[in-house]
Design a binder for this molecule. Structure first.
Ligand code: ADP
Ligand code: MG
Length: 441
């Protein structure tokens, strides 16, 4: 039976507005302060951590008090070897949760259990001592993790190589750029064989190549049976790396489950674009006196609104419903697909011979275009919807950006263009192509 690595029970964290919790970046500094001003420290500590006036079981009851609930009654178990993604909007409480799990800050209420040596990379440069060199910091971190010098020695070259900061090893870390700090910090955290690895959005920093390298490393760490906890806004990375995702919203755990499902839910809630969008109110619907958009859907192969993420092997339909108010116009419905990085994938215009160049009668039309399976790469896509009238000249009647969105997922079963390649594949599309080889000896 697999054992528990992390258990959080009703964890809440509250910040008093106007009282900033100070974190000293070095142990020495905080020790120094404590010796200098024990009484003011104690008072400050009391005001920060005394929340006896709050009703933790019913956070809403405290809605108008001057406290901010960074986390509210968050509970979950993580078993050893799980790779768990934490997602949520800015301010959702992700970093706070990781800080509590890393024991950098205590919960106001609730308890956590951690089984295993934990290595965490929270913000750029935390865990580093500014005055010490890169080399010294590697050893310091190893010691904090409970490793002997010999053990760190063994890992040292690997860490340095991964980080790419060889030339600056004997330079104090305060002279490092933030990119160098992240690289070294990630290398240290990931290579010191922690049983639990906690990573907060480090992948937002650094170049794309380094981000990929970090993801691969986390994948390795995860596949060695270690527990990984990681926050990211890179949804394809989250779905690829994690089986499980926990979603936070306003400090509460709002979803915990299979990564594809939770990520799809997050995307749909977040950008206010889902697999379906309707305009019930004619005045607000995009369009003109000639034609208005009524509804847009993403369809699965059974013509149902696609509920969560799409399997890249399956066909997908984009459907638009529109109302034509005048007889006699020639219309050109069109869709445009854009990746979450803003790359245009294609524009598709209606070429159905049945309707092409035909003058239409007024009424309701439902037009669908089908994209075959094995077309999409892994990732998030947004769909723009447009309508043009052709005669006497081309006029745009509506063009709505990012009306619906979906997440394309490669099931990793070896029957997509990915074949036996298990790592990052990239690209905007992933067509399944025919291969042949001529062999001579
Ligand atoms: N030290 C602090 N003092 C006061 N408020 C804080 C502090 N740290 C975080 N918060 C607040 O707690 C909430 C959650 O923050 P955080 O955990 O950083 O969110 P996330 O990482 O999901 O963006 C935010 O509203 C933030 O402003
Ligand atoms: Mg954060």
């Amino acid at each position: 039976m697999s054992s528990i690595a992390i258990r959080a029970e009703n964890v809440s964290k509250v910040y008093r507005l106007g009282v900033k919790e100070e974190t000293d970046d070095s142990l020495f500094k905080s020790l120094g302060k404590m010796i200098k001003s024990p009484i003011s420290n104690y008072k400050k500590y009391r005001s920060l951590y005394s929340f006896s006036d709050l009703d933790f079981d019913n956070p809403d009851a405290n809605a108008d008090s001057n406290v901010l609930w960074a986390l509210r009654n968050v509970s979950f178990d993580v078993t050893q070897g799980e790779v768990v993604g934490i997602i949520g909007r800015n301010g959702a409480g992700k970093s706070t949760l990781l800080k509590i799990l890393s024991k950098i800050t205590p919960p106001a209420r609730g308890r956590i259990e951690i089984h295993g040596h934990t290595s965490s990379l929270l913000e750029v440069g935390t865990g580093f001592h500014n005055e010490l060199t890169g080399r010294e910091n590697v050893y310091l971190n190893g010691t904090i993790l409970g490793m002997r010098k010999k053990e760190v020695d063994r890992k040292f070259d690997e860490i340095v190589e991964f980080s790419g900061v060889e030339k600056f090893l004997d330079t104090p870390v305060k002279r490092y750029s933030s990119g160098m700090r992240v690289r070294l910090a990630f290398a240290v955290a990931a290579h010191l064989d922690p049983e639990i690895l906690i990573i907060d959005e480090v992948l937002a920093v650094g170049d794309a190549a380094f981000q990929d390298k970090c993801l691969r490393k986390m994948q390795d760490v995860g596949s060695q049976g270690r527990t990984v906890f990681f926050v990211s806004h890179n949804m394809p990375a989250v779905t690829r790396l994690c089986q499980r995702v926990i979603m936070l919203s306003n400090g509460q755990l709002v979803a915990d489950g299979h990564s594809h499902d939770i990520v799809a839910r997050y995307m749909h809630e977040g950008s206010n674009t889902a697999a379906e969008r309707c305009w019930d109110d004619d005045d607000k619907a995009p369009g003109t006196d000639i034609v208005r958009l009524k509804r847009v859907r993403i369809l699965d192969e059974n013509r149902q609104t696609s509920a969560s993420s799409l399997d890249i092997r399956k066909p997908v339909g984009f459907e638009m419903t529109f109302e034509v108010y005048q007889d006699g116009h020639t219309l050109l419905p069109n869709f445009k697909v854009v990746t979450d990085n803003g790359v245009d994938v294609f524009i598709a215009v209606d070429i159905d011979p049945e309707w092409r160049k035909k003058e239409r009668l007024k009424g309701t039309y439902i037009t669908t275009v089908w994209v075959p399976g094995n077309f999409w790469s892994e990732g998030s896509y947004f769909v723009d919807v447009g309508m043009i009238t052709l005669k006497p000249h081309q006029v745009r009647q509506f063009f709505e950006r990012e009306v619906v969105s979906f997440q394309a997922v490669d099931p990793m079963e070896g029957d997509t263009a990915r074949g036996d390649w298990v790592k990052e594949l990239g690209g905007v599309i992933r067509p399944l192509l025919e291969w042949e080889t001529d062999f001579t000896q």
